[in-house]
Design a protein around this ligand. Structure first.
Ligand SMILES: C[S@@+](CC[C@H](N)C(=O)[O-])C[C@H]1O[C@@H](n2cnc3c(N)ncnc32)[C@H](O)[C@@H]1O
Length: 497
């Protein structure tokens, strides 16, 4: 045997004569050989890394050539011509690959709620990543963690490429895969870009299944594509700040404050024109005025060095800004509404306006008129999270859409502040078991439920908004093989608005 050729069976027989202990049934056992050779064997230095069976194959999968495309289905869409929202039915791995063509570096925020790998077969969607052929309990555990990690690695990797440089990703998870998720996200997004494990209070009535702990929280892992100095926005706290209306640098000018606008602490009575103010700032009252019940009931005409012009004062009054002249010095001030950024605490619960699983189920049930989905997330949770680092014109993605909670969150955010956020939701046409309530309601795939929610939301918001310009439509696409002829026109009829 020379240094470059592959060892033949004769070579192995010779080796067996020298080292019989390294063979089991004529097969060389590398682990034993290594033991026998001791420190004569070169070993790679030990490194810190996450490995699992199938990891290399998962990385290869990410680079596989794209053989799919999106087929538009306008007849199953709402307002195809004008809407900017997108719903794609298909396997999110392929969908994320196809999305690279048009959305690389364009997505502001991602929220996903993947299967948690609880091992349960009773949910409406599959949540068991162990292969049936693997028998022993210990091997099944390893096998299911490995499969789950491979599934997540590919998606997280492709998702990162879609994020803008100031993009952010949130991933919901429970204790089954929390530790693995953190490590795989560190690998893909960089440990230095980790923001926090947010704990979400998922239930007011937790199950009593364990003797050790009652599970009232789940987690949301958050990473920025590039962690920066931006201060995150939790709840908006409105406060008022009082500011004087004088500015010593300006020239004296006259302002007329209309009757019944300016509040005061002065007692009821007449105030005569004349000089007020102090030694350092002069204020002249140019006409008599009158106070009644804490209000100037006649116009107040003042000459002083003011910050504002008359048009600016009129505009502020029409906006509802509070103006007051509290003391006999007659120095006016105004109150400004201030939105303070409150950095989000890492516990998310009703204190910050976020509901539970029970709230979300009740909300969904009332929209559909029946229970159609297990453990939906409350839109209030997703709204709150996306608000941490928001862009009212941004694109927001959920590629484990389920019942479509993220679409609802984005629509409601736009409804609240007139924003123009766009959603992209992706959901597999996963078959629904005949034993479920959803099946009895006529749904055959989960993507049918997602689409129905988008329709119901469109109807509901249109009814609330009347003729507003709020975009509540969606373009519906199906993932299909690039060379397949159109697949949706096979007799499917779609329920309309
Ligand atoms: C935990 S649920 C998401 C629930 C959702 N957040 C809600 O509030 O309704 C996970 C969803 O991911 C979907 N899913 C699983 N694998 C998928 C894949 N490869 N592509 C697209 N969707 C997938 C499942 O069908 C399921 O609907």
């Amino acid at each position: 045997m020379n240094g470059e050729s592959i060892p033949t069976s004769e070579d192995l027989l010779k080796l067996k004569e020298i080292l019989p202990a390294a063979f089991i049934e004529d097969k060389l056992n590398l682990a034993i050989l290594k033991e026998l050779l001791g420190d004569q064997v070169y070993t790679e230095p030990e490194v810190y890394q996450l490995t699992w069976a199938g990891k290399a194959a998962a990385y290869k999968q990410v680079q596989a050539p794209i053989t799919e495309t999106f087929i538009p289905v306008p007849e199953a869409s709402v307002n195809w011509q004008h809407t900017q929202h997108v719903f794609i039915e298909g396997d999110n791995l392929k969908v994320l690959q196809v999305l690279q063509n048009n959305y690389q570096g364009k997505v502001k925020g991602i929220y996903i709620d993947p299967p948690y790998n609880t091992g349960s077969d009773s949910f409406i969607y599959a949540d068991n990543f162990a292969e049936k052929s693997v028998r022993s309990q210990a091997n099944r555990k390893q096998n299911s963690h490995s499969n789950w990690l491979s599934m997540m690695l590919t998606r997280l990797f492709l998702a990162r490429q879609l994020l803008r440089e100031d993009g952010i990703i949130f991933v919901s998870i429970d204790d089954n895969e929390l530790a693995n998720l953190k490590l795989v996200m560190d690998e893909v997004y960089g440990e230095e870009n980790f923001i926090d494990y947010f704990s979400w209070a998922k239930s007011e009535t937790p199950a009593n299944l364990s003797k050790k702990s009652k599970k009232v929280v789940e987690y949301v892992l958050c990473y920025q594509k590039n962690k920066n100095n931006e201060k995150f926005q939790g709840i908006r706290k409105n406060s008022t700040s009082s500011n004087g209306l004088l500015n010593q640098m300006n020239k004296p000018a006259t302002l007329t404050f209309p009757a019944n606008v300016v509040t005061t602490r002065l007692k009821d009575g007449l105030l005569q024109q004349g000089s007020y103010g102090t030694d350092s700032y002069a204020i002249e009252l140019l006409a008599d005025t009158e106070v009644k019940n804490g209000l100037f009931v006649k116009p107040v005409v003042l000459k002083a060095k003011f910050k504002w012009s008359q048009p600016k004062l009129d505009k502020e009054i029409s906006k509802g800004t509070n103006i007051s002249i509290l003391t006999i010095k007659l120095s006016p001030s105004y109150e400004k509404l201030v939105y303070d950024k409150e950095v989000p605490p890492n516990l998310i619960n009703s204190k910050v306006g976020v509901g539970t699983n029970e709230n979300a189920s009740a909300e969904l049930e009332s929209l559909f008129g029946a229970k159609v989905f297990d453990f939906p997330k409350p839109p209030s949770l997703i709204k709150y999270l996306l608000g941490f680092s928001d862009d009212p014109d941004g694109i927001f993605l959920d590629f484990f859409a389920g019942s479509g909670a993220t679409a609802q969150a984005v629509l409601e955010m736009n409804q609240q502040d007139g924003g123009n956020r766009k959603y992209i939701c992706v959901q597999l046409d996963e078959q629904i078991s005949p034993t479920t309530k959803a099946y009895q309601q006529g749904y055959r795939t989960i993507s049918e439920i997602t689409r129905k929610r988008l329709l119901l939301l469109h109807n509901k918001l249109q009814a609330q908004e009347g003729n507003s310009t709020l975009d509540t439509g969606f373009r519906y696409f199906k993932l299909a093989s690039s060379n397949s002829k159109i697949s949706h026109q096979n007799g499917t009829t779609y329920e309309q608005e």
